[in-house]
Ligand binder design. Structure first.
Ligand SMILES: Cc1ncc(COP(=O)(O)O)c(C=O)c1O
Length: 449
């Protein structure tokens, strides 16, 4: 039956598909929707949660300074000691209990094959969708899973169908490479002008907001903008809610990339004040690789095209079609969320801020070093970048990252694309020790001298 089949459309519209077929034969989506609310956590999850070290009393800032507690958290991870690992923004390693659960789910799926996939997986998938929605702070029918933020944002940007030839869209030098590619493709796809702005350097909270406000004033035909919540080049946190609100007042929609925001910062999706959001769950939540999500605020689904001929309508699940996916990765998500919440995102954020500030403070007085990192807590994430003063080429920064690795055993990564030039990015994680970030500070002092 094709998606365009009028009978299927009528059934779906009338909600008639569910009662017409037995639960085991209905589509996975239909059975997932009919699944009961998530039951009590399985014994293995309860045990994993119980195995976490108890968080000491105190504010997030006080707990962030408790190195002994964070060493206990680090013991939950198996991380290479071949290098000092300071590139934790690519994806987030799973903790040992999450990895063990993932391995169990791989076995379960492999053993059960399609019998499992067609009978037990759909209700489990429905339950874990509800769990994810709860963690994100949204309704379950406002999210649909993807394999990551890239897929989520490609669907939102390419599918946003309110653009007409002659309209304009806005992006910035801090946005992610592939998202910029898709934004630029809109010229060909929708006949729009693509406006690209650059963030000021050094940056302040107000100067960032002003950059977007000026662009909105200068380009009255703007209809949509991409906002990157935490960018992967210098880690700046964009004041997304303020900018989205300003945009909405002018009838401009924001599509938000929170690949690095959710899970790292103490926020939920509605805090972004945007109707369209691409989310990653395999970075700062530490779910297995291959888990992300699209959020579309209720009532806005029709503004995103159905996925390649899928059914029109308000069901967000018709906006993504990935085919057979990694069941085990999704099945592991609830435990990853449980453990994330057990540690507490406010505590994670405070710990990451402390580690970032520690290495930055150690090198602030080094004249040969340029830090791409504001002190304003509203703009700070775990990620921060640097370059040797005046060395803005990508080759310079590849060389700097290589020196850090070869001479000091510190693994970082060069990043290109900022209008002001390339840089090297350093990103601690919650398993990073103060001694490790101190190593970065000492190495940079030596190199810059
Ligand atoms: C800002 C930003 N957006 C989107 C993505 C894409 O995420 P993924 O590759 O997990 O789909 C990344 C990846 O690093 C990113 O840093």
């Amino acid at each position: 039956m094709s998606a365009a089949d009028p009978q299927r459309r009528a059934w779906l519209k009338a909600g008639a598909l569910l009662p017409l077929v037995p639960a085991t034969l209905a589509s996975p989506a239909a059975r997932a929707a009919a699944a009961p609310a998530p039951g009590p956590a399985p014994a293995s999850s309860v045990a994993a949660i119980a195995s976490l070290p108890a968080r000491p009393a105190g504010t997030p800032q006080q707990v962030a300074a408790d190195e002994a507690y964070w060493r206990q958290i680090a013991a939950q991870y198996d991380i290479t000691n071949e290098v000092t690992m300071l590139d934790n923004a690519f994806w987030g390693s799973m903790s040992r209990p999450v990895l063990a659960a993932y391995e169990r789910h791989v076995e379960e799926v492999n053993r059960g094959n399609s019998f499992y996939g067609r009978t037990q997986f759909p209700p489990a998938f429905g339950a874990l969708r509800r769990r994810a929605a709860q963690a994100l702070g949204v309704a379950q029918d406002e999210i649909v899973f993807t394999r990551g933020a890239t897929e989520a944002l490609q669907i939102l940007i390419s599918g946003y169908n309110r653009l007409r030839p002659g309209d304009a869209v806005l992006c910035a030098d801090i946005d992610y490479d592939n998202m910029l590619t898709v934004m630029h493709w809109l010229k060909q796809r929708r006949g729009v002008e693509v406006v690209r702005i650059a963030m000021p350097e050094p940056v302040t909270y107000q100067s960032v907001i002003d950059s977007y406000a000026q662009a909105m004033a200068r380009y009255p035909k703007l209809k949509m903008m991409l906002l990157t919540h935490v960018n992967h080049r210098n880690g700046m946190v964009l004041p997304v809610a303020e900018i989205s609100r300003m945009a909405r007042e002018r009838g401009i929609d924001a599509i938000v990339d929170t690949a690095h925001g959710f899970g790292q910062l103490d926020m939920r999706i509605p805090d972004l004040q945007a109707d369209f959001v691409g989310i990653n769950l395999h970075k700062w939540i530490g779910a297995p690789i291959g888990v992300g999500a699209v959020y579309i605020r209720k009532g806005r689904v029709r503004d995103i095209d159905p996925y390649l001929g899928e059914q029109e309508g308000d069901d967000i699940r018709t906006r993504v079609h990935t085919g057979t996916f990694n069941f085990a990765a999704y099945l592991t998500l609830p435990l990853a969320l449980d453990l994330h919440e057990q540690v507490g995102v406010a505590y994670k954020q405070a710990r990451l801020a402390r580690l970032r500030a520690r290495w930055l403070d150690a090198v602030r007085d080094v004249p040969g070093l340029q830090l791409l990192a504001s002190d304003d807590p509203r703009l700070c994430s775990a990620i921060a970048s640097f370059r040797l003063r005046g060395r803005t080429s990508i080759a310079d920064n590849v060389a700097l990252a290589r020196r850090l690795l070869k001479e000091h055993g510190i693994f970082t990564v060069e990043r290109d694309g900022l209008a002001a030039g390339a840089c090297v990015r350093a990103t601690p994680s919650i398993f990073t020790s103060e001694a490790e970030v101190d190593r970065l500070g000492a190495a940079l002092r030596k190199i810059a001298a």
